[in-house]
Design a binder for this molecule. Structure first.
Ligand SMILES: C[S@@+](CC[C@H](N)C(=O)[O-])C[C@H]1O[C@@H](n2cnc3c(N)ncnc32)[C@H](O)[C@@H]1O
Length: 603
């Protein structure tokens, strides 16, 4: 398998470096792209609901493309009615499974779906940070502003906290009472069975929602104006679970946890143990992280959004993004103008990654082989060739193209055949580089990168700074020492971006704002020019926001040193950076979103 340099587990929150600084964690997406998942290749629905259990069996199964065949939908759910308020048409085809297309030409920044989670939870590390009903923050931005001292806690479970009595009462009415007696006991179950407590909280929330839905019709079809309306539990029945593709060890511990839930939960909420396990698999495959409503990037909540998961396929060049909103809602919004009948897609993963890395990520976490346009176009025409390629040592213009793995099987197994004769060719001058030479360069760069990450974990920031800086410098074609060297990582190589983010935060940590600003600008040029992100990508807005903050810090330093001209220059550039951020966010998040407002406030 060609090397792609960055392993998912190697990513480190840049925020861990920038302890006292204003820098954002740029290493994670606003919303963890754990959305969607599962999908078409499952054909057996889980009999969690009476409706699903009594579903007629499909007569003759046609042979369809394995990864995109839609499972049958519950015939009692009128999905077009549920989605009728949005300018989309729902379709099902053999090639794409269930999906949605634009019903009419759409401008950039149009909400094409707004869904309130069937259930959502505030994630355990953030339990005290936001209201468990409206999701407004209970503390100031990253603790910088004054802490809210008087908030309201549920005295029975000791888990749920709220920003107001009103929110506490709303949550009680909405079903908190059903889970209140259980949630306090889940930590113990999680510890005993070695299952993530948040997974258990989600599963318990879903089982309670099922009971709640049986009592009343929660959805008023076609109406989307209520903050409080949730997607009904029965839609969860249509989600794929990929249970068979999960690790046996995972199924074993979740089964033990499900048995433990049978000891502690009210009988009327329980479903059989195997159904609890299936629910857990559905949560794992389909649950969606929600970012905080401020300018910081961290997944503070987790929700299950069946409509979004059922009708938005993944693309590595998506025309939509998803945005977390108050009250556990998720909006899907267009990032660019979309012509009538074009499929609406989102990305489930980080897009600044080479093709193999993206496909492997989707295969391991979502269990499908991506067939989007970007993943299927010839590699020598695709921007993907730069993200894992090497700059040609002969012409210094082209890139030695590393071909991607052709099949899911080949991506999972080490490369075969005589590697000593394998070569990679420059797309510009045709020069050839041996596989062995390429591997040596990748191995060295990987090892330096891992060393830097390890130093960060040890909080040895000056040493980490030096390691990352050397790595980047040694692959900078304009640096004289590097120019002498052989092939270099291409300037758009993913490892250089991955090393730049922690390096930037090391600079901030050490108070070197000049270096941080210069690097942030280089990173912006990289992410804007690489063709990896779609227009108006939220990720790019984060780099602009970070640049704005760095420039304002710099302005503050100039002010202290009474360097008025420099101060004004930095302020002007800082405001422009916030404006650039705002321009993107008003499309991606919408004008009313807190993250858009955070940029607007400062521009
Ligand atoms: C969240 S579901 C999306 C809805 C799905 N089309 C369905 O009918 O249920 C994700 C599933 O859709 C399919 N899918 C989505 N995006 C895909 C892509 N880019 N390439 C191949 N299959 C994809 C895969 O089968 C995946 O498991």
């Amino acid at each position: 398998m060609p090397r792609t340099s960055k392993k998912k587990s190697d990513t480190v929150s840049a925020a861990t470096v920038a302890e006292p600084s204003a820098s954002v964690d740029l290493s994670s997406l606003t919303l963890d792209a754990t959305n969607g998942g599962g999908g078409g290749d499952e054909t057996e629905p889980t009999p969690l609901t009476a409706a699903a259990a009594s579903k007629p069996k499909s007569k003759k199964k046609k042979k369809k493309p394995a990864s995109t065949v839609a499972g049958p939908s519950d015939p009692t759910i009128d999905y077009p009615a549920l989605m009728s308020a949005f300018p989309i048409t729902l379709r099902t085809t053999n090639a794409k499974g269930r999906h949605s297309v634009a019903r009419e030409p759409l401008a950039a920044g149009v909400t094409v779906c707004l869904e309130r989670a069937t259930t959502f939870i505030v994630r355990t590390p953030h339990l005290q940070e936001l209201c468990h009903w409206c999701m407004d923050p209970l503390t100031g931005e990253d603790g910088k502003e004054e802490k809210v001292t008087s908030h309201f806690a549920c005295e029975s479970c000791g888990v749920a906290v709220y920003c107001s009595k009103g929110c506490m009462e709303e949550d009680a009415r909405d079903g908190h009472a059903l889970t209140c007696g259980t949630v306090g006991k889940l930590k113990d179950v999680a510890e005993r069975t070695d299952v993530d407590v948040d997974l258990l909280r989600m599963v318990v929330g879903l089982m309670a929602r099922r009971v709640e839905d049986l009592k009343e019709v929660v959805v008023k079809e076609g109406k989307v104006d209520s903050d409080k309306r949730r997607t009904p539990f029965k839609c969860v029945g249509d989600l794929v679970h990929h249970r068979d593709k999960n690790d046996a060890a995972f199924i074993k511990v979740v089964t033990a946890a499900a048995e433990a839930l049978h000891e502690i939960m009210p009988k009327d909420q329980l479903v059989p143990v195997p159904d609890i396990v299936t629910l857990a698999c559905k949560v794992n495959t389909n649950a969606h992280g929600l970012g905080d409503s401020q300018s910081r990037n961290k997944d503070v909540a987790l929700g299950l959004f069946p409509l979004g998961a059922l009708f938005f396929n993944h693309s590595c060049t998506p025309n939509c993004c998803f945005v977390g909103q108050r009250h556990g809602q998720l909006a899907f919004r267009t990032l660019r103008p979309v012509p009538k009948d074009e499929e609406l897609t989102v990305s489930y993963i980080d897009l600044y990654a080479p093709r193999d890395e993206r496909r492997l990520n989707l295969l391991l976490t979502k269990h499908f082989w991506c067939k989007c346009k970007r993943c299927t176009m010839p590699i020598d025409k695709s921007p993907d060739r730069y993200l894992n390629g090497l700059l040609c040592s002969k012409c210094r213009k082209g890139v030695y193209v590393i071909p991607p793995s052709p099949t899911p099987e080949s991506i999972m197994t080490p490369p075969t055949g005589d590697l000593s004769t394998r070569t990679y060719t420059c797309d510009t001058c045709g020069d050839a580089l041996t596989h062995t030479a390429a591997e040596t360069i990748f191995a060295r760069a990987d090892s330096k990168y891992s060393e830097g990450i390890s130093l960060i974990r040890q909080r040895r920031y000056p040493a980490a700074r030096m390691t990352f800086a050397r790595l980047i410098q040694s692959h900078d074609p304009s640096a004289s020492s590097a120019a002498e060297a052989g092939p270099l990582l291409h300037p758009r190589h993913v490892l250089l971006l991955n090393a730049s983010v922690p390096l930037m935060n090391c600079y901030v940590y050490e108070g070197d704002h000049n270096a941080a600003v210069a690097l942030n600008r280089r990173v912006l040029a990289m992410v804007e020019g690489a063709g990896a992100f779609p227009p108006n990508a939220p990720e790019v807005s984060d780099y602009w926001f970070n640049l704005g903050e760095l420039l304002m810090e710099q302005a503050g330093e100039h002010k202290k040193a009474k360097k008025m001209t420099l101060q004004k220059k930095c302020e002007k550039e800082g405001k422009q950076a916030f404006r650039n951020c705002w321009e993107i966010r008003k499309v991606a998040f919408g004008e009313g979103h807190a993250k858009t407002a955070a940029a607007e406030k400062r521009m």
